[in-house]
Design a protein. Structure first.
Length: 297
């Protein structure tokens, strides 16, 4: 007992509060993201199965059941390879999203800012999107509107017809009108401008979706799972307005709720100062030092 306490104390004494703390934080974030990935996909059932196998292995080891222990050890050895094969689509989508997105770097080095011209374009576009969604909902006209954020959606745009147009309710109503060739696909909106229509979106494999949601909702949810885009969905059958983001579908929205969500997700709050350093600059740069000195005064 004394030896164990001595080892614990010696480990605390040798703890490097900078390097070791960063090491612990990285591992904690990795496990947190792994748990989120398991909850959002079919991997949750796999994790439960692996935990059950480990519990059986511990019991076999405790009671010295050599045959059962040998069998379970061999099964667990091939389990990792089997998991990669079974969940290849989910792993591929996660790696693609990580490679396409630069949001983690921007959060570390820069704060989220938007040029005044771009802000004005998005504000006008959001108003038009909400007006169009309300009109399409009243006429039970199906619609899919993808709002690009940090992830580049060039591959999605190439599946449809590319053009350049302002976001106004009349244009969106014409695109999604049942008699037009592009009404079945999705519209991609970049920087407050329509850049493509009739686009094909990846379908979600979420098995928990309700039976009242068809291919249009599955496509909108799939797009939000594969990118950081915001997708507005109008149901053709019910006229219900929904919003998909980060693999979550928010349903039964009215115009005001939709406007508030889009305003919050697309347009960041205005910064008061001209210079707005990122997190690292605030901690280690001149900006952080100046702020610290001003607080002291």
């Amino acid at each position: 007992m004394n030896n164990e306490l001595t080892n614990i104390i010696s480990n605390f004494r040798s703890f490097d509060w900078t390097r070791d703390l960063i090491d612990v934080v990285i591992i904690a974030i990795a496990f947190y993201e792994l748990i989120l990935f398991a909850r959002k996909s079919r991997a949750g059932q796999l994790v439960k199965g692996l935990l059950l196998l480990m519990a059986f292995y511990a019991l076999a080891y405790y009671f010295r059941l050599r045959t059962v222990r040998w069998l379970l050890s061999n099964v667990m050895q091939i389990g990792f390879i089997a998991a990669i094969v079974l969940f290849q689509p989910e792993i591929r989508r996660t790696l693609e999203r990580l490679g396409q997105s630069t949001s983690w770097a921007s959060k570390i080095f820069f704060t989220r800012k938007m040029e005044p011209t771009l802000r004005s374009q998005w504000q006008s576009a959001i108003v038009a999107i909400c007006d169009a969604a309300e009109q399409l909902s009243d006429t039970h006209t199906g619609a899919l509107m993808v709002l690009e954020r940090k992830n580049n959606l060039e591959e999605i745009m190439h599946t449809g017809t590319q053009f350049h147009a302002n976001v106004i309710p009349e244009v969106l109503g014409t695109i999604f009108y049942e008699g037009t060739p592009l009404h079945d696909g999705a519209v991609v909106i970049r920087d407050g401008q329509i850049v493509a229509a009739g686009c094909v979106l990846p379908l979600s494999n979420n098995l928990e979706m309700g039976k009242d949601m068809g291919t249009r909702h599955r496509a909108g949810l799939g797009m939000s799972e594969n990118s950081d885009a915001i997708v507005v969905v109008v149901s053709e059958e019910t006229g219900i307005i929904s919003l998909a983001k980060n693999g979550v579908l928010i349903r039964r929205l009215d115009r005001q709720n939709l406007f508030s969500l889009l305003q919050e997700e697309i347009i960041p709050p205005e910064v008061r100062t001209d210079k707005d350093p990122g997190i690292l600059k605030q901690l280690f740069g001149k900006g952080g030092k100046a702020a610290h000195d001003s607080q002291k005064k």
